[in-house]
Each structure stands twice: as structure tokens, then as C-alpha cells.
Design a protein around this ligand. Structure first.
Ligand code: 3HC
Length: 311
């Protein structure tokens, strides 16, 4: 016979109601939220690096301003998400220590290099496009602080996705070299972007429980199909091609299915052996150390303020 608290919790989930920080929740529910939200926050912070690589080399002031705004947005998304995770009782230091020690997961997608300016377009269009597919349903996640953080984040992601599409469109309508640069970037980012959605459903240990708790609303494969379905008409407008000869429309379901995915690459990246894993961690640790003086100054200032108010 479940406890009265468990019954109350189950009733809230069944009624599609929100679970708030002060509500009783099963330890496993709390743990999986800390896992997912902290990894999501880490992804946002690490995700600043591939794009920052082009801020000093953007082709125009307009592109530079847009790229800076986008990277700043990612930092903000990270802060909302760390704060949401902290409402579950974990501390910011604990999460950051795990990331800096290489013990925390973050999205596989950020372990790839950005060799040309066209990568800024492919990341905006494909990576932020995939993020929108994954994050819109998370606005309805059963845990209140997470779902609410997603609403704000999704609004900013749609700007990220549109500016990426516009970069690719401009390149694709430019010289033959520019069009080829855009095509090369799409070829490099398409497969890693569809791997962002996670392993296939039958190899996803967290999905069943996460969907029962209405954290995850759609399965990994469902969102992956939805994403590639969105790309098909857009790649037409871009006048480019997707590097997926196996991509086809499934007559029965009416949904677009990607060709076979190389999951070995996915597991290699998750094991820390992707092209840029070591560099991303090195840079993250360096940024954290470089920022120590800011944190100390802010803490000293806060202490002074508290003392002033107390007198
Ligand atoms: N990269 C790294 N790890 C991944 C992954 C990926 N793309 N996909 C799955 N994994 C990990 C999972 O974390 C899990 O490992 P864990 O149990 O140690 O945490 C394991 O692989 C099995 O995957 P599951 O499908 O069982 O795990 P989940 O149910 O957690 O589903 C997920 C994975 C769909 C990524 C889910 O965690 C999720 O929706 N997370 C929130 C969204 C998110 O993190 N997006 C990252 C994109 S970053 C971003 O959008 C920035 C934007 O501004 C560009």
C-alpha cells in the first residue's frame, strides 16, 4: 500500500499537475531531475565554446553582434537551469565540480569542432533546431521550475534557429565556394545533431520511467523523426542537401525516417573520445579559474551589503 505522500504525488502526476520544490517527491524522481537538469545546464555552458570560436572572426558587425547575443543567451540558459536544479537540494559547486572533474555528462553535440563560419549557420539551424524540438515538450515537464525555465529558453532558441538558417541561406545564395562551405557544414552537423536526441528507444534506460513521471513527453526516436521531418522542406529552400541517402518518408506513419545512425560514434563521444571533449573541458576549467576573482569580489560585496543593512 503506497504511503499517503506517494499517493498524493501519483495523483498530481496523473492529473498532469506540477510538482513544486516543497512538495514531497520520490528520491528517484528528485535524482533523475538533478541528473537531467544539471546535464542540460552543463550543455548550455559548454555550448558557448564552439560558437565563441567565431566571435572575433565574424564576417560583419551584424553577425558579430548576433553571435555575441546568442552566446550570452546560452550562459543565461545555463544559469536558469543550474538554479532550477538547486531547488532540488543540489548545490551549484557540487554540479560545477562534477563538470570540471570530467564526471558530468553534457550534450554530445558540443564535442565537435567549428572550422568555418558556415558552422555558425549549421549550429543555429540544426543544433538549436534540434534543441527546440527537444525543449518545447519539456515546457510541460511535471517539475515546475524545469518546465517554467524551458518557456523562456524556448523563446530565445527560436531566434537562435532563425539566425542560423539565415546564415546558411545567405551563403547558399553566394559564390560557389560559399555554397560549398554551407553544404560542408550541413554534412558535418547533420548526424551529430540527430544523435542529440539520445539513443534509440530500445536502448534508452531512462525513457520509460521519465515518461511515466511526465518529465519526458515524447520518446527519443519520436522527437528525432519530428526533427528530420522539419528539415526536409527547409533544406529545399536552402538549395542544399542532407547527407542522409537513407532518409525516407514512411508511407504507413507519414513520418520522415532518417537512415541508419552510426551509434559507435555516439558512444565514443559519450565516453569522452570525441574530437573536442578534452579541449572543451580544458577551456571550461580555465574559464572557471579565470573567473575566480569575479566570484570572490561579488561575494565580498554581498557580505559588505549584508553588514551595511544589519547596522
Ligand atoms: N549527449 C550526452 N549524453 C546523452 C545524450 C547526448 N546527446 N543523449 C543521451 N545521453 C545519455 C543520457 O544522459 C543517459 O545517461 P545518464 O543516465 O548517465 O544520464 C544515457 O545517455 C541514456 O540516455 P536516455 O535516453 O536513457 O536518457 P534521458 O532519458 O535522460 O534522455 C535526453 C536523454 C533526451 C538528452 C534528455 O536527458 C533530455 O531531454 N535532456 C534535456 C535536454 C538537453 O539536455 N539538451 C541538450 C542540448 S544543449 C542545448 O540545447 C543548447 C542549445 O542552446 C543549443
Amino acid at each position: 500500500q503506497p504511503s499517503p505522500e506517494q499517493q498524493a504525488f501519483d495523483a498530481l502526476i496523473a492529473a498532469d499537475a506540477r510538482i513544486e520544490p516543497r512538495d514531497w517527491m520520490p528520491d528517484a524522481y528528485r535524482r533523475t531531475l538533478v541528473r537531467q537538469i544539471s546535464q542540460h545546464a552543463h550543455s548550455e555552458i559548454i555550448g558557448m565554446q564552439p560558437e565563441a570560436n567565431w566571435i572575433t572572426r565574424a564576417p560583419s558587425l551584424k553577425r558579430k553582434a548576433i553571435l555575441m547575443a546568442k552566446v550570452q543567451d546560452e550562459a543565461g540558459h545555463g544559469l536558469y537551469l543550474y538554479s532550477a536544479a538547486q531547488t532540488l537540494g543540489t548545490s551549484r559547486e557540487e554540479m560545477l565540480d562534477a563538470l570540471h572533474a570530467g564526471k558530468a555528462r553534457y550534450s554530445s553535440i558540443f564535442n565537435y569542432p567549428t572550422p568555418t563560419w558556415a558552422d555558425m549557420g549549421a549550429i543555429g539551424w540544426l543544433v538549436d533546431g534540434a534543441a527546440i524540438c527537444n525543449q518545447v515538450p519539456l515546457c510541460r515537464a511535471s517539475y515546475g521550475p524545469y518546465g517554467r525555465a524551458m518557456v523562456r529558453i524556448c523563446k530565445e532558441e527560436s531566434f537562435h534557429q532563425r539566425q542560423g538558417f539565415e546564415i546558411l541561406l545567405e551563403l547558399s545564395r553566394g559564390t560557389a565556394e560559399q555554397k560549398q562551405m554551407a553544404q560542408d557544414a550541413v554534412n558535418r552537423w547533420y548526424w551529430p545533431a540527430i544523435m542529440m536526441f539520445g539513443p534509440p528507444d530500445d536502448e534508452s534506460p531512462n525513457s520509460r520511467q521519465s515518461m511515466a513521471w511526465k518529465i519526458k513527453r515524447h520518446s527519443n526516436d519520436e522527437l528525432r523523426r519530428r526533427f528530420v521531418g522539419m528539415l526536409v522542406p527547409q533544406i529545399e529552400v536552402l538549395g542544399l542537401t542532407l547527407p542522409d541517402p537513407g532518409l525516407h518518408l514512411d508511407e504507413e506513419s507519414g513520418q520522415w525516417e532518417p537512415g541508419p545512425i552510426d551509434w559507435t560514434e555516439f558512444h565514443e563521444v559519450l565516453a569522452g573520445r570525441g574530437p573536442m571533449n578534452a579541449e572543451r573541458l580544458r577551456r571550461r576549467n580555465q574559464a572557471h579559474d579565470d573567473g575566480a576573482w569575479v566570484r570572490e569580489a561579488a561575494a565580498a560585496y554581498a557580505r559588505k551589503q549584508t553588514k551595511r543593512q544589519a547596522t
